[in-house]
Design a binder for this molecule. Structure first.
Ligand SMILES: [Zn+2]
Length: 463
């Protein structure tokens, strides 16, 4: 019979397998005794060397990982799960019930998009790989869903022997949670993505539980969100673009920011503060996601009447044919379509159709990770490469910083400060280098705590 070596029995350590110097690819390997646990299982996006990590063999054998815990359903936290399962992972993937529901929609959609993109690249000859293969298929994604185990917020469970885990409300998107792990009297909390304390749609995060170590995100670690009301900012754009007969294309993830923006547009139109132009939500997932807002009324701030209004004022486009037909329509109109960082999805086709015309506007509303098309557009690139062709960007580009689903630097520090006691150390991850380092300094200066920005594949012994 093989038993764990005594020296290993009290080992507790974390290895940073992603979200280092980037906001994507969240993956943290926790070793507790002889067991392995993966907190988050995200896709890398943005710069090519990062994206290539999705294709490289996983740093440890997936079959040797006993369990996964997901903080939330965004693909940079959950989107590698189908590939992990295809590579031999056999264990459960714990998450909140709402995250399990969302993954049920998002992961198959991700697989379908990966297949479509591979197929498109093959047809267009825009690939060096013959034939281009998807990272995983829709079927792979569906198979990976069988591993999900939905838990209630606050409920303690044992993902591997000796580790007590719990999930705590983080706002950000439906179901988003911080993960707290305790092993032999030592504890670590992973922030996941931290929402904003006064978001119009999502609830504020709960305070971090008692922890010896905290791993925090730092997406906006070097920034303060402007006070300007999103309603005013968005209303102005809608009036300006409609007046010149243009199309407003809003790349937005179908979960979370899309509902926020549509709700505000509906309110603006209802109050006569924005012209009553048609508003389209183009996503095969739209109906399913709206249903989830009804299924989990306690996890957000839109009441049933608000959801009714949102659905009444929005034209939902789900089929491929209707999506293509939208590109032949003339403005003024508004189109909301994924993905938020323009890394994939139907919004690519809308940009091919609408980005070259200066009457139109592209409205970016979330963080644009370095190396993504969204970041290029935000930086004023004259063209953007889509499916092997350079698409002219003559449309007006607007960044709605007030629409972020992430806490800013001060809000992250406030969240940390609300912990019942100072941790022994904070690990700052999930931020580009300037943002992560600025937050590290702020934690040291304002809280007087030890803070460290770990590098890719770095270990930290938790003892
Ligand atoms: Zn997220």
């Amino acid at each position: 019979m093989s038993t764990a070596k005594p020296a290993k029995a009290d080992r507790f350590r974390v290895q940073f397998l992603g979200a280092n110097a980037t906001v994507t690819g969240s993956r943290y390997l926790v070793e507790a005794g002889a067991h392995r646990l993966l907190v988050d299982c995200g896709l890398f996006q943005g710069y090519k060397p990062l994206r290539l990590r999705n294709w490289a063999p996983f740093p440890v054998d997936p079959a040797s990982i006993d369990a996964v815990i997901l903080t939330h359903a965004h693909l940079d936290h959950s989107g590698y799960l189908p590939r992990l399962v295809r590579s031999g992972f056999r264990g459960p993937a714990w998450c909140t019930q709402a995250t399990a529901s969302l993954c049920g929609i998002l992961l198959p959609d991700s697989g379908r998009l990966l297949e479509e993109e591979a197929g498109y690249a093959n047809r267009a000859g825009s690939t060096k790989h013959h034939p281009a293969e998807p990272l995983y298929s829709e079927d792979d994604a569906k198979r990976s869903l069988r591993h999900l185990r939905g838990m209630a917020f606050g409920q303690v469970f044992e993902p591997v022997p000796g580790v007590h885990a719990s999930l705590h409300l983080q706002g950000h998107i439906l179901g988003a949670a911080a993960v707290r792990l305790e092993y032999q009297g030592r504890s670590i909390t992973f922030s996941g993505d931290l929402g904003r304390p006064h978001d119009p749609v999502m609830l504020p995060a709960s305070a971090p539980g008692d922890s010896d170590w905290i791993v925090t995100e730092s997406t906006y670690g070097d920034r303060t969100h402007p006070q300007e009301a999103l309603k005013d900012e968005l209303g102005e754009v809608l009036r300006r673009v409609a007046a010149r007969g243009g199309v407003v294309v809003i790349p937005a993830f179908a979960v979370g920011r899309a509902q926020l923006l549509l709700r505000i547009i509906a309110q603006l139109q209802g109050a006569g503060e924005a012209p009553a132009v048609p508003v389209y939500l183009n996503s095969p997932m739209a109906t399913g996601v709206n249903d989830l807002y009804r299924k989990y009324p306690d996890l957000h701030r839109i009441d049933a009447a608000g959801l009714d209004e949102l659905e009444r004022m929005t034209r939902i486009v789900t089929t491929q044919e209707d999506s293509v037909a939208l590109n032949r329509r003339k403005g003024p109109m508004v189109i909301v379509s994924a993905s938020g960082m323009v890394t994939g999805g139907r919004v690519l086709h809308h940009l091919i159709a609408f980005a070259p015309d200066p009457r139109n506007a592209i409205v970016l509303c979330g963080f644009q990770a370095g190396g993504t098309r969204g970041a290029s557009i935000a930086a004023g690139a004259p063209t953007v490469r889509i499916y092997g062709q350079d698409v002219l960007v003559r449309a007006e580009v607007v960044q709605l910083s007030a629409a972020s689903a992430h806490a800013d630097a001060g809000e992250i520090v406030d969240w940390l400060r609300s912990a019942p006691r100072p941790p022994r150390r904070v690990f700052v991850t999930h931020g580009e280098p300037d943002a992560a380092d600025a937050l590290r300094l702020r934690i040291q200066r304002e809280l007087g705590w030890s803070a460290h920005v770990p590098e890719y594949l770095e270990y930290a012994e938790l003892r």
